[in-house]
Design a protein around this ligand. Structure first.
Ligand code: CP
Length: 308
């Protein structure tokens, strides 16, 4: 991985931990340039991508598709439900096949944490892996679109007070963001149910009650309650969660006028955030989705730069 004259080159993008600060800022700047119409990807070669989603997705899947179309990449359709996965084909063999077919980039979402390790360590697999989410592990493209959204607002990260609120244990978005935001100089606070928090996060920030920071926070980053990763023993109702941990109308009014509200979506409306606040003036939830296309263009371009 390198940055030359502001141009980022990557072999794979599987976690935020392996990106340098220079690469992070390079990808944000390139995402912003694509958004402003100030950048174009020039190539004489036809590149191919395949999006392999073994977990449900709307935003990540469709915004990678949009980014690939905007970069004029060929897209090789893949549907796990009708593929040879149903005949017992392993993830390794599916990606080995895509590589043999000449697919340049595989965007993969898979329920297994660190699924990508055996793929990027393989001497035979030539295709690059872009991680679209590995279980409760990492979600680097979401993290980069979140960083781009914060950067657009505040021009940097140093000293920003960021509250990451909700189902932290099960959230790959939280894990990617706490690591990189701390490294970039933000002050991190965690809020939400203590049963969805672990002491391992203490190195990044402090666990507080949402009301303790509501008047001071710059970025209120809400997380989806990840019912699909729970064992069915959640101890509170939707109403109780919203009242104790969610962004209610009262809490929204107590935010600073310059504060922003983020959520990776899909949103459980009236749980993590009151329904009518999703598109309220301080919310950047819709902008996050838009920025996802442009930062994913920057990511794909950086991986293609790595092949040139
Ligand atoms: N934020 C996010 O990853 O959304 P999807 O699950 O719809 O891709």
């Amino acid at each position: 991985m390198t940055v030359t004259n502001g141009k980022v080159s990557l072999k794979h993008l599987v976690t935020m931990e392996t990106l340098s600060n220079e690469e992070v800022f390079g990808l944000i700047q390139r995402g912003l340039a694509f958004k402003r119409g100030q950048a174009d990807f020039q190539t004489d070669r036809q590149y191919f991508a395949s999006n392999l989603f073994f977990e449900n997705s709307t935003r990540t899947h469709k915004s990678f598709e949009m980014a690939e179309l905007k970069l004029r990449m060929g897209m090789i359709d893949f549907d796990a439900k009708t593929s040879s996965v149903n005949k017992g084909e392993t993830l390794y063999d599916t990606i080995l096949t895509m590589s043999a077919l000449g697919v340049d980039i595989c965007v993969v979402r898979h329920p297994d944490v660190d699924y990508y390790k055996q793929l990027i360590d393989s001497p035979t697999i030539q295709t690059s892996i872009v991680n679209g989410g590995d279980g409760s592990g990492q979600h680097p493209s979401q993290s980069l679109l979140d960083l781009m959204t914060i950067y657009e607002e505040f021009d940097g990260f140093e000293g920003l007070k960021v509250v990451i609120a909700g189902d932290i244990t099960h959230s790959r978005v939280a894990k990617s963001n706490m690591q990189i935001l701390k490294r970039l100089g933000a002050e991190i606070y965690f809020a939400g149910p203590s049963q969805w928090y672990s002491d391992e996060f203490d190195v990044y920030g402090q666990h507080i009650a949402i009301d303790d920071m509501i008047e001071e926070v710059d970025v209120m980053m809400l997380l989806r309650v990840q019912h699909e990763r729970h064992d069915g023993n959640e101890s509170f109702s939707k109403e109780e969660y919203n009242r104790c941990y969610g962004l209610t109308d009262d809490r929204y009014k107590r935010l600073k006028s310059t504060a922003i509200v983020m959520h990776p979506a899909p949103v459980n409306r009236d749980v993590e955030i009151d329904d009518h606040l999703v598109e309220a003036p301080k919310s950047r939830i819709v902008r996050q989705m838009t920025n996802g296309v442009f930062v994913r263009m920057a990511i794909l371009e950086a991986v293609l730069n790595g092949k040139a």
